[in-house]
Design a binder for this molecule. Structure first.
Ligand SMILES: [Zn+2]
Length: 214
C-alpha cells in the first residue's frame, strides 16, 4: 500500500460506487425526461441496473455469513437469489419496453430532437464514470482486491456506454434525431445483459444451495 489511507478507501469504495450510481440514475432519468432524450433515459436505467447489481453483491457478502435456521433451512441466500432474479426480470422487461418504444419512433418517423442540454448530461456521466474507474482501480490495485477491480472495470464500461449516448445525442442535435433512439436501443441491450446476468447468477446460486443442502 502506497499510503496509510488506502485501507480507508477500501472500506469506503463500495459505498461511493453505490451513491454515485444512485445520483447518476436520478439526474439522468430526470434530465432525459426534461430534454426528451431516450438515450439518456436508457443510460439512467443502466445506472439503476448497476445499483441493483452492486447492492446484490454487497447483500450476498453479508447474508452468506448468516447460518441457516428453522424457517430458512438452506440459509438466507435463497431469498436474495430470488429477489435478484425478480429485479433482473424487471430490468429485462423495462429495457424491452424502452427498445420497443425507440424502435416504434424510428419506424413511425415521429422523432423529436432532444434538447442540447442532454449533451451536457451525457458528458457529465461519461466523465463521472471514468473518474470512478480511476478511483476504484487505484483502491483495487493498492489493496490487491479482484472484487474492487471488477467494479472498476464495470465503471469503465459505463463510461464507454455514456460516451456512446453522448455521441448519439450530439448527432441527434446536429440534425439526425434518429441517433438518439439508436443509442437508446444499444444501451437497452446492455441493460438486458445485466438482467440476464442477475438471473443466471441467481439460478446457479439456488442450484448450489439445494444440492449442497445449505
Ligand atoms: Zn454498468
Amino acid at each position: 500500500m502506497k499510503h496509510e489511507y488506502c485501507s480507508v478507501c477500501r472500506d469506503e469504495v463500495v459505498w461511493w460506487a453505490l451513491i454515485v450510481n444512485v445520483a447518476q440514475m436520478t439526474y439522468k432519468g430526470l434530465l432525459g425526461m426534461m430534454t426528451g432524450s431516450a438515450a439518456l433515459i436508457a443510460d439512467a436505467m443502466h445506472s439503476g441496473a448497476d445499483v441493483v447489481a452492486s447492492s446484490v453483491t454487497m447483500a450476498s457478502l453479508k447474508i452468506s455469513n448468516k447460518p441457516a435456521d428453522e424457517s430458512h433451512p438452506y440459509g438466507y441466500g435463497n431469498i436474495q437469489f430470488i429477489s435478484s432474479s425478480i429485479v433482473g426480470l424487471i430490468l429485462i422487461i423495462g429495457a424491452i419496453y424502452l427498445i420497443y418504444q425507440s424502435s416504434m419512433s424510428i419506424i413511425n418517423g415521429d422523432i423529436s430532437t432532444p434538447s442540447v442540454v442532454a449533451v451536457l448530461g451525457a458528458a457529465v456521466s461519461a466523465l463521472t464514470n471514468e473518474l470512478m474507474y480511476r478511483y476504484q482501480s487505484c483502491v483495487g490495485t493498492e489493496n490487491n482486491s479482484p472484487a474492487i477491480m471488477a467494479n472498476a472495470w464495470d465503471n469503465r464500461s459505463d463510461a464507454i456506454s455514456s460516451l456512446a449516448v453522448l455521441v448519439g445525442i450530439v448527432i441527434a442535435v446536429m440534425g439526425f434525431p434518429m441517433a438518439d433512439n439508436l443509442a437508446a436501443i444499444a444501451v437497452g441491450l446492455l441493460v438486458i445483459r445485466i438482467g440476464v446476468e442477475l438471473n443466471t447468477e441467481a439460478i446457479s446460486g439456488l442450484m448450489d444451495s439445494s444440492i449442497g443442502g445449505g
